[in-house]
Structures are given as C-alpha cells and as structure tokens.
Design a protein around this ligand. Structure first.
Ligand SMILES: Cc1ncc(COP(=O)(O)O)c(C=O)c1O
Length: 365
C-alpha cells in the first residue's frame, strides 16, 4: 500500500474506502438523508447558524468550487475583487478571474511571506471600486497559514471569499464571526474523504441575491442551491459513492476529536517531520512562526548531485510518496502531514531518507 505524504489526494482509511462498496440510487431517501447529514455537519464545523448560512455541495475538485463561487457571486459590470496572493493558489484565483472575465486587482507577496493585513485594509480603503476580497487561508504551495481575522477592521462591507481548501477541518474557522461570506473546501482534505466533490459554506442572504450572475450552467451555486432546496437532490449525477465515504469520514473525524483532535495529530506529525529533517541538515522554506500543520516545504540540499526525481523514486519504491515543490523562485520539495498518517508512517519516512543520504553520500547542508 502506498503511503501518501501529499496534501490531496491524501491517505484515507480502509473503512472510508470500504464505504464505497455500496451502490445507491441518487433519489433514494437513504441517500438524500446522507446529503442532508453532510450539509448539517459542515455547517456545524463552520460554527454558523443554519438560518444564516448554507452548505452548497458541488461535483468536482476545489478549483471547480472556487470558479463556481466567482461565477456566482460576481456581477460583471459592478463588482471588483481584491485577490491577495502569496503562492500558486492565490495566483490561480487571478487566473480564474481572467478566464471568466471578471474584474480584479491583485496584491502579491513572496511565496515565503505571509499576506500583510495592514496592506489589505489599505488597498480596500484606497479603492472604493473593490467590492470583494478573496484570499487563501492555508497556502499549500508553501505551508504558510495566512491571518484571516481582520474584516471587522474595515470601514465598509466587502464580501469575503476564503479558499480554505487545505485548512478546513484542521483549523477552527468560525465563519460568521470572521465575517467570511463564502468559504470553499473539498471532500479529500482534512475530513479525509475521497476526492470527488467540493463544498461552499455560503452566506444565505448574499447567495439569494446571485440569481443569473453565473455565465455557466454547471458552475452556478445559486442554481445548485435552489434545486437542492426544492428537491433535496443534486442537479446532475451526484458522486454517490464519494458522498457515502464522506459521511463515514465525518464519523471518524468526530471520533478523533473533531477539529482539535485532527489538528493535534497533524501538528505532532509536522513538528516531528520538521525537526528530524532539520537534524538531517535540510533547511525550511517557511519561517516556523508562519508554518501550518498541513504541509512543509524544504529547500533542495546544497549538494549539486541531488536529483529530486531520483530521491522521489527511491522513496516511492518503498511505497512512500512525497510531493515536488511548486515554488517559482526556489528549488524545493514538500512533505504533507495530513490524511490518515500515523507517527509510525512519519518515522518510516525519516528512516528511509536517512538511508538514502548515507547510501548516496549526499551533502545536505
Ligand atoms: C489552498 C488550495 N486551494 C485550491 C486547491 C485546488 O484544489 P483542487 O486541486 O481540488 O482543484 C488546492 C489543492 O490542493 C489547495 O491546496
């Protein structure tokens, strides 16, 4: 069995996978109940009142839900988004907005730097045309956790869209308290379900004003929600098996102690990994004070003979799957600490990395 040290697809439990061994009709009352259970659980985890927020489920991956959110909430003529970016996923938001022809400006930071709240506030206050703010909570490109508790400092309302794809479930995100209007995440991150659908925790009042905004049929969250409210069903074929698995994953999530329990395990794994890799001479890309528990980026060893593909293959032959870097300026690789990983998995990984260094006589630092 391959052990994934990757941030998605990530390692899932046998029981979660086994939940897919049942075929269900999408109109079956038992399946409809699963959908409702999932929607309620997601709202509970978001710390919101069901009268103010709804959980819209959408077929596809995280990017689909981000694009759907932009399609649905932005009016082409009047709305303008401030995208705050310190990595590939912030850049992807800008790319989506360009592709679907919606107005935006971008505030950018280096990939190893946190987004600066004061700059965001200043940018919004200096440009009255900005109606929406969109940013990434856990920038999976680097492993940085950006600050998201500042909307109350603004002197006017902007709609806050948060990509919490890799942080939801591992970090407490009190959505209404932080004035988040649309939060996006997916089935195959920290809840540890299978890949196949994404979800948006949406401010009901704002969503209700979005009729007709989307220039897309499938990526229209307003229609997806309206249809769900009328019929309790998805508009198009739902990923029935994946939803069953997600319901099972939610039970396991609760058994582990919900967000606190999961954060505890991920943090222990990340800290062990970071310490052991530094003991071997590897350098961190992100300052530990900004580092989250999701994924860690390491600089390539200084030895010019280091070859990432060879290193990857060595570990993959031992069924240990790590992740290439995604930095534009520095040569890096990444190791995730989320999913159904245990400390024994992490110890095995470190032991194999030690063996690789010895066998290849690699000068790490
Ligand atoms: C922070 C963040 N945003 C967006 C995405 C895109 O999600 P997907 O690959 O599921 O489309 C990812 C994927 O890992 C991510 O980590």
């Amino acid at each position: 069995m391959q052990i994934l040290f990757t941030p998605g697809p990530l390692l899932t439990t046998k029981t979660v996978k086994e939940a897919a061994l049942v075929d269900m009709g999408s109109r079956d009352p038992k399946f409809i109940q699963i959908i409702q259970n999932i929607r309620s659980s997601l709202l509970k985890l978001s710390n919101v009142d069901e009268k103010d927020y709804t959980a819209v489920l959408l077929q596809g991956s995280g990017t689909y839900a981000i694009e759907a959110t932009f399609h649905t909430v932005l009016k082409r003529e009047t709305d303008k988004v401030l995208v705050v970016s310190n990595g590939a996923y912030g850049e992807r938001q800008a790319k989506i907005l360009s592709a679907i022809n919606k107005k935006y400006v971008k505030l950018s930071y280096d990939e190893n730097q946190k987004c600066v709240i004061e700059d965001i506030i200043k940018a919004i206050q200096e440009d009255p045309e900005i109606t929406h703010l969109s940013m990434v909570h856990s920038e999976t490109t680097s492993g940085i956790i950006n600050d998201i508790d500042f909307i109350h400092k603004l002197n006017r309302k902007v709609v806050f869209i948060l990509d919490a794809v890799s942080s939801f479930g591992a970090y407490e995100i009190p959505v209404s308290k932080l004035n988040i209007d649309f939060l996006i995440s997916t089935s195959n991150k920290n809840i540890q379900g299978l890949p196949g659908f994404a979800f948006v925790i949406a401010n009901k009042q704002l969503l209700s004003q979005c009729k007709g905004n989307a220039n897309s049929l499938v990526l229209d969250l307003y229609d997806q929600e309206e249809y769900m409210l009328k019929t309790s069903q998805f508009r198009f074929t739902p990923p029935t098996h994946v939803l069953r698995c997600f319901e099972c994953a939610l039970k396991e999530f609760e058994e582990e102690g919900s967000i606190k329990g999961r954060q505890k395990r991920y943090t222990e794994l990340q800290q062990f990994l970071s310490q052991e890799m530094q003991n071997l001479g590897f350098k961190l890309f992100v300052d530990p004070k900004d580092q989250g528990c999701i994924i860690t980026t390491f600089l390539f060893p200084k030895d010019p003979k280091f070859n990432f593909n060879q290193f990857y293959d060595y570990l993959a032959n031992k069924n240990l799957i790590i992740y290439p870097g995604k930095m534009t300026k520095a040569e890096t690789f990444r190791i995730g600490s989320i999913g159904a990983l245990t400390m024994d998995h992490m110890i095995s990984l470190i032991e194999e990395i030690k063996t690789y260094i010895t066998d290849t006589n690699l000068q790490v630092s």
